[in-house]
Design a binder for this molecule. Sequence first.
Ligand code: SAH
Length: 210
Amino acid sequence: MDFTRQRYRLVRLLRETHAIKREIVENAFLAVRREEFIPLEYHNYAYENNPLPIGYDATISQPSTIANMIEAAGVSSGEKVLEVGSGRGYLLALLSDIVGPEGKVFGIELVPQLAEISRAKLKKYSNIQVTDGDGWYGLEAEAPFDVIIVSAAAKKIPDKLIAQLRPGGRVVVPVNYLMAQKMMLITKKEDGSYTEETIGLYSFVPLRSR
Ligand code: SAH
């Protein structure tokens, strides 16, 4: 089944609602086929603006939420990006397209089966590397990063991730707040201190530990 028309329609909606702001992000959403990153039984829903189950208690986030996170972080060409909780790899594929051949994308995923499924799907992307593990601790070996996107809800601001940013780097992370999560944009300054901004309220699966 070819979903090109549905994909273009969703991207138009994301543009009109200002979830997508930049052309580089629009092009990534047009290039990556979301149906490749969800189980077959949900393919017909791939281009609804909704989260979908991807197995192992995980969900692929709502496209507008993903666009908001990418735009808040200001991910750009040539950057080095880490996604914590990379699931089946949809956001990794978008990030790969945005950072391009000069950039590099790392994913860390707690559930080894999901990490394996994503690696199989992402073979054609030469700038992506997926590691199994607890992303609460980041990915020290590859630090520092320009951007870290956390795709699961944190109980508090993850200091260890901020430590793995270069000066000027950004973390986007949903942090528990009442019954939902407030999406925070954390920007690291030259002196190592950081600023916090709240982007909005969202709902995410929790960040777990092994
Ligand atoms: N962005 C992904 C889906 C994210 S769902 C996609 O596009 O497919 C959130 C993911 O976070 C789940 O896959 C879950 O297994 C993972 N996760 C939860 N706690 C984690 C942790 N401590 N470290 C790494 N991954 C974690």
